[in-house]
Design a protein around this ligand. Sequence first.
Ligand code: URA
Length: 222
Amino acid sequence: MTAMNTNGHPSTVTVLPQTKYLLSLMTVIRDAQTGCPAFVNAFEKVCTQLMPAALELLPTESRDVTTPTGTVFSGLSHTQPICGVSILRAGASMETSLRNSYLGPLSYGKILIQRDEETCLPHYVYCKLPKDIANKKVLILEPMLATGGSAAKAIEVLKDNGVQESNIIFVNLVASRKGLEVVMKKYPDMQIVTAAVDNDLTASNHIAPGLGDFGDRFYGTT
Ligand code: URA
């Protein structure tokens, strides 16, 4: 039987604590009246909660340092280099936040997956990944997990490049319940960190209540 966490999700899924502060940020992000600068501002504040939650899942080892008082402090440091892989274009919005959060060796990769306007199916176009990605922990950066189709394509690209499923953490702003179930079932060893799980998908596969088209709202291309 799958182990469940306190949110009622499998233990591979971390949903950020639904604090009043987080909900106030998500309210700004979800409001159709919110303009681009306020959207970006609120999103970046949510990212400052998502990244530490994702980094919490990385392996660490003990590290003693001597403070300026000459006393030893028993701390820790991360043991494995990480790579942030953005699913373009929306995922690139999370790169700065990862850079600001992580103190160890960090590299980046990109995967471009486009949705076919007629079939609504994801179509893999391009990827650029570090050569040694197979030895790294990989944080997939993707704000919206709708049907799970693009996510699955990106995960397959990473696996084809030697990344183990258990070395992948999917970092996300809003997941649909259906998309979450699809990727959890298909990739049971992958970890997922999200700020919100929404119940529905619209006929055009937008998450509902959701926030509309993330890329358009973040980049101001509405
Ligand atoms: N991508 C978006 O930008 N929004 C959605 O609701 C689903 C996918």
